[in-house]
Design a binder for this molecule. Sequence first.
Ligand SMILES: Nc1ncnc2c1ncn2[C@@H]1O[C@H](COP(=O)(O)OP(=O)(O)OP(=O)(O)O)[C@@H](O)[C@H]1O
Length: 228
Amino acid sequence: MKVVEIQNLTFSYSRSASPTIDDFSFSMNTGEIVGVLGQSGSGKSTLLRLISGLEMPKKGSITIAGKPVVNDRLFVQPEDRGVGMVFQDYALFPHMTVKENILFGLSRMAKKDRKPRVKEMLELVQMEDFGDRYPHELSGGQQQRVALARALAPKPKVLLMDEPFSNLDADLKESIREDLLLILKKANMTCMIVTHDRNDVEAICNYSITMCPLIAEQGAAGEKFQTL
Ligand SMILES: Nc1ncnc2c1ncn2[C@@H]1O[C@H](COP(=O)(O)OP(=O)(O)OP(=O)(O)O)[C@@H](O)[C@H]1O
């Protein structure tokens, strides 16, 4: 089943500028992990922002799990799209414990289901013993796991990760990649990962797309590499 379908997406940051994303079409199936490569400024983060609803396209449409989230007549708010995000800096709330951070995204879940879901997520990322700690009491890799648990807790249809490894040192990066792959597979999560590092793609992704500056699309102007 197609989880993400993007058709003819065009976006500019200002009316006069040439488009950052130009007539981009792409789709992802359930459980696929796709790497997004491309030089700095080619529009990788912008693509994630468009999918998650943080930006509005000029043209085109996005459908998530069969539900249109943006087209020329419709704009669904980010919180209603079923999209989870993990940012480069993890964006954990410093004044909240690990448990509270994970709980934060569950306001729409029935109250009785929230605590069990937090527990399930802590188990998934193997952080059961760290639930009462604050982010500053965790290593970079542990913070990343918490960010992942928080993003997965509301059961998103798709997970978007923007440079999730860039704050980790090389040794940690390798083990975290393996852990991430296991966690994503366990959750059968469909995931898009922006990275500068082809090794990330080779270790985790089913395939990658490469964004080209000004013109970004799969196929003609973009490249698609099968890695697994
Ligand atoms: N808020 C903004 N206002 C105007 N232009 C922006 C804004 N954010 C990004 N841009 C521009 O849009 C283009 C694409 O930026 P984007 O952050 O998507 O690139 P990227 O491929 O993720 O880059 P990097 O690899 O450096 O993170 C760049 O030229 C950037 O300068």
